[in-house]
Design a protein around this ligand. Structure first.
Ligand SMILES: [Zn+2]
Length: 164
């Protein structure tokens, strides 16, 4: 297939909270003393990445069980967000829309969704300063996490922190 080089490469649907490098999971887990199901990247792979054909959406979502262990604090979340921009840059992407559920990301360690979103935005903005990628963040309201955690007052989806 021929892809014209002068047309911008755009990705409109990537889940930032589902795109965490296994190396980062390992490093953050070690730095914060988090018990992980394995101690090597290869050992973590079956827990963190969908392998081959997946029977159901829930099997896919189960991978988030590993990733949520490393949404530890503002710096960890900002790092993961910044690495999403770096990953996009390395894939040659010019513009990306990154989705995340701040309520889900904050659940494991009791972080407020607004705080999570602020950390995500900080990382995305830092990434855009370092890499030639433009990005916007779309906050997902997780209704199944309850009305309050969905962020009824200050709708995360109404906040913009991207540069596009
Ligand atoms: Zn999606």
């Amino acid at each position: 297939m021929y892809i014209a080089r002068d047309i911008p490469l755009v990705e409109l649907h990537r889940h930032l909270d589902g795109n965490v490098r296994l190396e980062t999971v390992l490093e953050l887990g070690r730095a914060h003393g988090v018990k992980l199901p394995a101690n090597t990247v290869e050992g973590l792979r079956p827990y963190g990445q969908v392998q081959g054909v997946t029977p159901s959406l829930m099997d896919f979502i189960a991978k988030f069980d590993l990733l949520k262990l490393v949404f530890i604090d503002d710096d960890a979340i900002a790092r993961i967000a910044e690495e999403n921009i770096e990953d996009a840059a390395r894939e040659g992407i010019d513009y990306i829309e990154l989705r995340c559920s701040p309520a889900f990301m904050g659940l494991q360690y009791g972080l407020e969704p607004q705080r999570v979103l602020a950390a995500v935005c900080r990382g995305v903005q830092a990434g855009m300063k370092r890499w030639p990628v433009r990005a916007n963040v779309i906050g997902i309201m997780s209704r199944h996490l309850g009305e309050e955690r969905a962020g009824s007052g200050d709708c995360p989806a109404s906040r913009r922190c991207g540069g596009a």
